[in-house]
Structures are given as C-alpha cells and as structure tokens.
Write a protein that binds this ligand. Structure first.
Ligand code: NAI
Length: 402
C-alpha cells in the first residue's frame, strides 16, 4: 500500500513506518556525535518510551555514551482494519532493531502503564533481563485518561484554566487554520481528574512497586518531565489544570527522593523546553507560543528538539557530575535556553502581533507543522513516499530481530 498522511485537526490518523525509521536514525546519529553521557546507568526502565521525550531519552541512553539496555513501556496500536497503526508502534520496532544491532537489549512492552498488571509484567521482565534490578526509571507518560482499576471508572485530564476563563488560539494542521477559543475554568472534578492522570500518583506507584519487588539497584535514580514556561503561557499551563498536575509531580519527586535515598539514589523532576509532540499540540493556546519560540530560538541558534534536550540532560545534569544541579525548588532546569530573557522578549512581541490572517508568516508555522508531520513519519528527507509498503512483511521482518 501507499501510505499517505491522514490528519484530523492536530491528530495523525496514519503514520509512515519508513519515515519513523528515518527519524530514529537521525536521532541516533545526533547522539553519537554529541557530548557523551559518562558514568551512565546500564539497566533502564522507561515508561512512555515510544515517542517524544521518552523515546529521545531511550535513544540518548542507548547510543549516546551510556550503552544502556532498556525496557520500554508504551501504549500504541499496530495495523488493523482501522488503519496502519501509530508512529510509536513503528518507533518501538525500529528502536529495538537498531539497539540489538549494537548488542544492546531492548524490550518493548505495549500495555497500559496505569494498570497494576502491567507493573507486574514489567517487574518480571526486570527479573528476566536485568538480573532483577533497574538503575534508572524514567516516567514520561502523557495521556488523556487513566482507568481506575479499583472501581472500573476512569479519570480524564482536562486542559483548562483554573478560576477564570482564558482565551487563546489553536491551530489545525489539517486545514492550516487558526481558531480562537475561550476556555472556561475547570471544575473541581476536572482538576482532580487531571491530577490523577498527569500528576505524580502513577509515577509513585511504579517506584513503590519496584521497591516492594526489591528491583531497585544501589544508586538508582528516577526522573519525570515537567513544564513551567514563561508568564505568557501561565494562564493556560502553569496556573491551569496541567500546572496543578505538574506541581503534584514536583511534590512526588521529593517524596520519591526520600524513598530512594535508602538506596543511595535520588528522584528528580526535570523542567523541559516546550516542544511539538503528540501530546503538546493538544494544549489550547500553546501553539502560537510554540511557533514564535521556534522562530526565535532557530534564529538565535539555541533551538533544541527532544533528542538534544535529553542528551544534554543525561550528559550534563543527571550523570557524570558530582552533584545533580537543581534550582531552589529542587527541580532540574533544562528549559534555560527557552527562558532566556531576550528570547522571551522577542517571542512575546511576535505573539502579540500574531492573528488569524498572518500566523503562517508571522512565525515558524512551517517549522512546527513539519515537526508534527515528522513525528508521524512524514516529510522526512530521503524517504520514498511513493513506494508500496507491505506492512505485514515489514513487521514480520522487524520482529525477527528478536
Ligand atoms: P508523547 O505523547 O510524545 O509521549 C507520551 C508517551 O506516553 C508515549 O510513549 C505513549 O505511548 C505513552 N503513553 C500514553 N498513555 C499511556 C498508557 N496508558 N500506558 C503506557 N504508555 C502510555 O508526549 P511527550 O510530550 O513526550 O510527554 C512526556 C512528558 O513530558 C509528559 O509528562 C509531558 O507533560 C512532559 N513535557 C512535555 C513537554 C512538551 O512540550 N512536549 C514540555 C515539558 C514536559
């Protein structure tokens, strides 16, 4: 079959496996030439490993100097009568093939991270493949809902302001359109739901399960990713439901830090840069900011993608240092280049002038749209998109890498 992009709004309904392969190869190439990760961990569990920061972390730690083995948990779909499957599904297969080619172990577990059964399955895999212990646990899940396994209900996250309504613009990649909307403040139930889905509760449940199973190695660290951003984004992010969930994540990092101190380890939340990922394009009001940020940071030569962020995090902050550098709230800051005052001033000026009729040229719309397409395996260089892809044969050949 010939695979074409199918986009609804900001959701990709198709993915191109050969483009996913290319995107992974580009990231591997980058980390192999970058400042290497020294004294890195060897046995890593990544929860949310198939795209965005989790995938970039997996690539950095495998190919960027640490030579780590990884178990990756993700929630992705393969081909079915509904479509070709998600990019993350192919990312998992290709990552595994490339890791194995360099003698590294890469185990993919596609299951619901929130489920107690998945935690058991992963602990068994840690027993089987990692001699029973992990050196680093990365929690990088971004989800819209979380089943409550105790009651059979589910929690939903809502990306909304708290207290008062906020207006903001979103963009549809499908029609290159700009939408103004007013977001009403979240209800208490929506605040609570977002906290349960995107806060620290499940991260803590994972670390507790690993501690109880005696699967934490001496010196084990754990990390999750947060966002703070400039004042411009605070009404919809930091002061809204997602920000509330991130504050919870920060609190969780402190309680996990105490628990891991018993193993001479530590727990951290790392505040990352705003980037186009499957999850972030959903945040109403954030896209105009992203367009302006990409424009300014690219012009200044300070722009980073997920892979640059992760390689820098592990090589300069978390490993190979005497002490993990943190701010006054014990957060690792890898959002320093984004928050540079001159960058933010220029971004604010661009955002102030951006509107429905000029947004395509006023900032880097082309750049963020291309990044979105590339996340799904489209618009990558040197990929023959007119070629017929036999998905069954391709998946069978990738699976024989086992
Ligand atoms: P993403 O959408 O690219 O990746 C999310 C990962 O979670 C995927 O591997 C997906 O398969 C997995 N996942 C989702 N639901 C799951 C489930 N039920 N069970 C197992 N796996 C599941 O998202 P992204 O942007 O990389 O987000 C990761 C973390 O980074 C989030 O905590 C996000 O808030 C944070 N972050 C993102 C920023 C951004 O601008 N993209 C900035 C700063 C922090």
């Amino acid at each position: 079959m010939i695979i074409k992009p199918e986009i609804s709004g900001v959701v990709a309904r198709s993915a191109h496996p050969l483009g996913c392969e290319k995107a992974i190869l580009q990231q591997i190439d980058y980390v192999k030439k970058a400042v290497p990760i020294k004294q890195g961990p060897k046995r890593i569990l990544i929860i949310g490993a198939s795209s965005g920061f989790g995938l970039a972390a997996r690539i950095a730690l495998t190919f960027g100097g640490a030579n780590a083995d990884t178990i990756g948990v993700s929630f992705e779909r393969g081909p079915s009568d509904k479509g070709v499957g998600s990019a993350g599904f192919y990312n998992n297969l290709y990552f595994k093939q490339f890791a194995q080619a360099e003698g590294r172990l890469a185990i993919n577990i596609q299951a619901d991270a929130f489920s107690p059964q998945t935690k058991e399955e992963v602990i068994e895999a840690v027993e089987t493949y990692f001699e029973g212990e992990v050196d680093l646990v990365i929690y990088s899940v971004a989800s819209g809902l979380r089943p409550n396994y105790a009651t059979g209900d589910q929690w939903r996250s809502a990306i909304k302001p708290i207290g008062e309504a906020v207006s903001g613009a979103s963009v549809s990649f499908e029609h290159d359109q700009w939408f103004e909307s007013v977001l009403e403040p979240a209800t208490d139930a929506e605040i609570e739901g977002t906290l349960k889905v995107m806060g620290g509760d499940d991260w803590e449940a994972w670390v507790d399960a690993l501690i109880n199973a005696e699967s934490i190695a001496k010196g084990c660290k754990t990390i999750a990713f947060s966002y703070i951003g400039p004042e411009l984004t605070h009404p919809i992010y930091l002061d809204g439901t997602l920000g509330r969930a991130k504050v919870d994540l920060h609190q969780t990092s402190h309680s996990l830090n105490l628990k891991l101190a018993n193993f001479s380890g530590g727990a951290y939340a790392s505040v990352c840069k705003a980037l186009v990922t499957k999850a972030s394009v959903f945040i109403p009001g954030l896209t105009p900011y992203l367009m302006a940020l990409y424009q300014v940071m690219k012009e200044k030569g300070t722009h980073e993608g997920c892979i640059e962020q992760m390689q820098r995090l592990f090589s300069t902050k978390l490993y190979g240092v005497d002490k993990v550098p943190v701010d006054g709230e014990r957060l690792i800051r890898i959002d320093d280049l984004e928050l540079d005052p001159d960058t933010q001033q220029q971004v604010a000026e661009i955002v102030a002038k951006m509107n429905q009729s000029n947004f395509i040229d006023a900032a880097d719309y082309a750049g963020i749209k291309q990044e979105f397409m590339q996340l799904n395996g489209f618009e990558l260089p040197d990929v023959d998109y007119s070629a017929d892809v036999d998905l069954e044969a391709l998946i069978a050949s990738l699976n024989t890498a086992d």
